[in-house]
Design a protein around this ligand. Structure first.
Ligand code: ZN
Length: 247
């Protein structure tokens, strides 16, 4: 697992700063009584003028107008920020496979930011063999996590009707009011006071992650003191199950 540094790039940055970071330092040379300016590190970063390509921007504007205030559209979403790995210790290679991959667009519920639909604009590069392999991998990632992914052929521009027809089977824009209200879908305000693995026989399995859940206690609110099972991957996974003394 030599790739685990990928998970913590801040670590390398800290090491670099310890040894090589150059700063503009005024140093007084006592013998000559002069002030010497050390050269300042010049960062080579420049702002891109093509953050979204014309096709991406055309698509983005129409998608945003269709989704209205009920949904929000994110662009260039890193897969590792959208998905997590259920058993990170034994699945490090699966994490590394998604750290450098990005999704073109993500539609989320505006009140909960729950991801609803991923969208990829497929240009000619998607016919190259390594790109096909990458697309197949990404399709499987979405399938595993039960998030729909839509492939849209890349065009110079799009019409509203065209995009509406593509996304409406996946997102019910017109009837979005009927869905769960924000109050219902809000996760319970629970502070975790215990994170012990429950005894293997009793511990239920997290339906999302497939790993034994842990016993926790509610520390605030009207359910204070109550025990429940939570997923060890919390907060990335918010699955809970009731705890019963009898079982
Ligand atoms: Zn879980």
């Amino acid at each position: 697992m030599t790739d685990t540094l990928n998970e913590n790039p801040g670590c390398l940055g800290a090491i670099f700063n310890l040894f090589g970071g150059k700063k503009k330092v005024k140093r007084v040379d006592s013998s000559a009584d002069t002030t010497i300016d050390e050269p300042e590190e010049v960062f080579p970063y420049r702002l891109r003028d093509d953050f979204l390509s014309p096709a991406e921007f055309s698509f983005y504007r129409i998608l945003s107008s269709l989704t209205g205030t009920e949904r929000v559209v994110q662009s260039k979403v890193r897969l590792a920020d959208l998905f997590f790995v259920a058993r990170p210790n034994e699945n490090a290679k699966y994490y590394n496979k998604i750290t450098a991959k990005h999704l073109d667009f993500l539609v989320c519920d505006a009140t909960t930011m729950k991801p609803l639909l991923g969208i990829e604009l497929d240009d000619a590069s998607h016919q190259r063999s390594e790109r096909i392999e990458r697309d197949e991998f990404v399709d499987k990632v979405f399938q595993a996590a039960s998030l729909p992914l839509l492939h849209v052929p890349n065009q110079r521009s799009y019409s509203t009707r065209e995009i509406d027809a593509l996304i409406s089977p996946h997102i019910d824009i017109t009837n979005s009011h009927k869905e769960t209200s924000p109050a219902e879908s809000k996760p319970p305000a629970v502070q975790i006071s215990e994170n012990k693995p429950a005894s293997p026989a009793a511990a239920p399995i997290c339906p999302k992650c497939g790993i034994p859940m842990v016993l926790r206690i509610v520390t605030q609110g009207e359910h204070k003191g109550k025990k429940f099972y939570g997923c060890p991957n919390f907060p990335r996974c918010r699955e809970v199950k009731p705890y019963s003394n009898q079982s």
